[in-house]
Design a protein around this ligand. Structure first.
Ligand SMILES: NC(=O)c1ccc[n+]([C@@H]2O[C@H](COP(=O)([O-])OP(=O)(O)OC[C@H]3O[C@@H](n4cnc5c(N)ncnc54)[C@H](O)[C@@H]3O)[C@@H](O)[C@H]2O)c1
Length: 255
């Protein structure tokens, strides 16, 4: 993909799943990658994989819901690589057991999920865009959205779905706000993706079947299949794209 070689990409939630696959793909395309995650050992494992494959990466520990940690994380990225060109704002949590229906959902669970999934996206974008502006001036932001922002496809997930709806709004307005400044903002909407936690949740074939029954391709995605779209949106091949939402969902939102 054009224009990725030598760029610096910061990827949140890169210790696992989609973020990890995106970090590895961006490294393969020649980016130096800051692997940001609140689980230090997970971030370090991603860095080790990237280095083993001949790439360059640094692990940064931060809870994206905590502003002091996010600010320090982007300072660490600039200290390590001197600049930030690309932000992949991806970190998020999904909790099928603790999330629920609105009349019974404890506010503490709402606060916890919204902290990672919406406040965390805002804070990563706030300090990530500030770092892009302060170092390279122009760049690309790729945000991980969700079908739950637009469809009621995941019942009893009020906090998760609401947080993702907020993320789509954040991305759309960011795209407009920064278009004239040369910072593109786009969203990848993954469908049912077999990241480690999801794979565990659907280990029972009956549960897997229930999850794929409305997906025209009748299967979940591998995280790698989402990472290609992330790298594309970050690259110069997407130079005229901002405010776009790309679904990578096996046809889920086409029906
Ligand atoms: N897997 C799916 O089916 C699916 C579908 C649509 C959207 N998404 C979204 O994709 C993103 C990645 O999900 P995934 O499936 O790869 O999950 P995952 O659990 O495999 O990876 C998420 C990573 O984010 C990290 N993280 C979570 N909260 C954090 C926080 N507050 N601060 C720092 N790091 C944090 C976790 O430690 C983990 O490494 C999430 O935003 C999720 O909502 C996933």
């Amino acid at each position: 993909m054009r224009g990725l070689k030598g760029k610096v990409a910061a990827v949140t939630g890169a210790g696992s799943g989609i973020g990890q696959a995106a970090a590895k793909r961006l490294a393969e395309e020649g980016c130096k990658v800051a692997v940001i995650d609140w689980k230090t050992s997970a971030a370090e494992a991603t860095v080790a994989d990237i280095e083993k494959a001949g790439g360059e990466a640094v692990a940064v520990t931060a809870d994206v819901g905590q502003e002091d940690q996010v600010e320090a994380a982007f300072r660490a990225v600039v200290d390590a690589f001197g600049r930030v060109d690309i932000l992949v704002s991806n970190a998020g949590v999904f909790s099928a057991e603790r999330d629920g229906k609105v009349d019974t959902l404890p506010k503490s669970v709402w606060d916890e999920i919204v902290s990672s999934n919406l406040t965390g996206m805002y804070l990563a974008c706030k300090h990530g865009v500030a770092a892009i502006k302060a170092t390279t001036g122009t760049g690309a932001v790729v945000i991980t959205g969700s079908p739950t922002a637009i469809l009621g496809v995941t019942p009893a997930s009020i906090a998760y779905s609401s947080s993702k709806g907020g993320v789509h709004g954040l991305a759309r307005v960011m795209a407009v706000d920064y278009a004239r400044e040369g910072i593109r903002v786009n969203v990848v909407i993954p469908g049912f993706t077999l990241s480690p936690l999801v794979r565990e949740l659907v280990a029972d074939p009956a549960v897997y079947e229930w999850n794929v029954k409305n997906i025209p391709m009748r299967r979940g995605a591998e995280p790698d299949e989402i990472a290609g779209a992330v790298a594309f949106l970050a690259s110069d091949d997407a130079s005229y794209m901002t405010g776009s939402f790309i679904t990578v969902d096996g046809g889920l939102t086409a029906v």
